[in-house]
Design a protein around this ligand. Structure first.
Ligand SMILES: C[S@@+](CC[C@H](N)C(=O)[O-])C[C@H]1O[C@@H](n2cnc3c(N)ncnc32)[C@H](O)[C@@H]1O
Length: 390
């Protein structure tokens, strides 16, 4: 018997049916048995899924180039904090730090990299991957609790209750928001998980006013047979990210806009993923498969704007990376290649990151800024390709 299944069933026996978000939270983040807590072998070709940093270091290198340009746009401050949400094993951070040290020494000098990771197993992986940068204080690792403390401090400074120097910051999240627990709403109501005869069964209760308000503002009301996700936790994380004093928020993820939902797409995007195959059954093998829901970018952008940020038009990862890499013909990718075979292999990896058939069109990029002219921001390399293509 699956130990996590038993633990969830025990909770249901004690307190009654649980919201879907609680089920998803236990499956992914239960401290001992959750998917992200158990081990760190989910990522990469041998695991269940791979992310852009698994494909090639060029993803982090191109982003390092973009972050350096953002830093210059902010007036090259003496310190800038780059906070990465859900860094996993820290591969991306490693690529950004190493490339910045090599190519952008002034930016590297100013850079302070904070990794906010909730999984203890992944934090251990980060500890060894980034030992050099952690040891000399260039990087730091925070728990989500430490981050909320820091965000509360920023807000207190903004409202004049404490004094502190707030350096500009960039908050970055790749495939973070799609891994956060969501509520699920169908025409029958808000989904609850019950247990009967050792099996999970779906039941429905009246949606909360918060869920209904979310659907009214940012999504659609599901019709018979449809389901939509309500990402209340994502809202909370975006609010915290966007509360920075001055700087940028960059979110890259699978996702959609409300317009696409109105056109009938992206209604029900919940997926379970195991060994690179996707199923729509999240109740199988709890804790042994990843569960994700695509990101509602309309909601994220609206929240950023509510926190005083200016948002740029949503673009694809393909447009974003092409914009950053085209000026030097993706030299960042080929720097370590000595032989033609190595160049050919890297060219394929780059193609995978950029082209529609690979990851280029399935991922969207949201850039939000605060305290810088929106016109200047729209000229950033990563946004320029999409602007010209319009
Ligand atoms: C799909 S993985 C993406 C990892 C990495 N960004 C990448 O692209 O390879 C999602 C990550 O978010 C982390 N995570 C989930 N909720 C979190 C939270 N509240 N605070 C910090 N990290 C969290 C998970 O442990 C996991 O490492």
């Amino acid at each position: 018997m699956n130990a996590l299944r038993e633990k969830i069933q025990h909770e249901i026996r004690e307190g009654g049916p649980i919201p879907f978000s609680r089920y998803m939270e236990m499956c992914l983040y239960d401290p001992e048995l959750g998917y992200y807590s158990r081990n760190a072998a989910q990522f990469g070709k041998a695991g269940d899924f791979y992310t852009s940093s698994d494909v090639h270091a060029v993803f982090g290198r191109l982003l390092a180039r973009q972050f350096e340009e953002m830093w210059r746009l902010l007036g090259s401050p003496e310190q800038i904090t780059l906070r990465e949400l859900g860094p996993g094993r820290g591969l991306f951070a490693q690529d950004v730090l190493d490339w910045s040290e090599k190519k952008f020494p002034d930016f590297f000098q100013a850079l302070h990299y904070v990794l906010v990771e909730s999984s203890p197993a992944l934090r251990q992986r980060i500890d060894s991957a980034l030992d050099k940068h952690l040891a000399r204080g260039k990087a730091a690792m925070w728990t989500p609790q430490e981050t909320s403390g820091a965000v509360a401090q920023t807000l207190a400074v903004r409202h004049g209750t404490t004094e502190a120097v707030a350096f500009p910051s960039i908050v970055f999240a790749n495939e973070f928001f799609d891994a956060l627990p969501v509520e699920v709403v169908g025409a029958e109501g808000s989904l609850r998980i019950d247990s009967r005869d050792g099996r999970f069964v779906e039941t429905w209760s009246s949606p909360s006013s918060e869920e209904l308000e979310f659907l009214d503002r940012y999504s659609v009301h599901p019709e018979a047979g449809e389901r939509v996700e309500v990402p209340l936790q994502a809202q909370m994380h975006m609010r915290a990210a966007a509360s920075l004093e001055r700087g940028f928020v960059v979110v890259i993820d699978y996702g959609y806009s409300r317009e696409e939902q109105l056109a009938g797409r992206h209604r029900g995007t919940l997926k379970a993923i195991r060994q690179h195959s996707v199923s729509d059954n999240p109740y199988e093998a709890p804790g042994e498969q990843d569960i994700t829901a695509d990101v509602n970018f309309t909601a994220l952008a609206a929240l950023a704007e509510r926190e005083g940020m200016q948002t740029q038009r949503l673009i694809t990862q393909s447009q974003f990376l092409l914009g950053i890499g085209e000026a030097n013909e993706f030299a960042d990718a080929f720097e370590d290649c000595r032989l033609p075979q190595e160049r050919a292999k890297v060219a394929l990896q780059l193609k995978h990151l950029v082209t529609p058939a690979g990851m280029g069109e399935s991922f969207q990029v949201l850039v939000a800024s605060k305290g810088i002219s929106g016109e200047k921001v729209s000229k950033l390399a990563g946004l320029s390709f999409a602007t010209r293509a319009r």
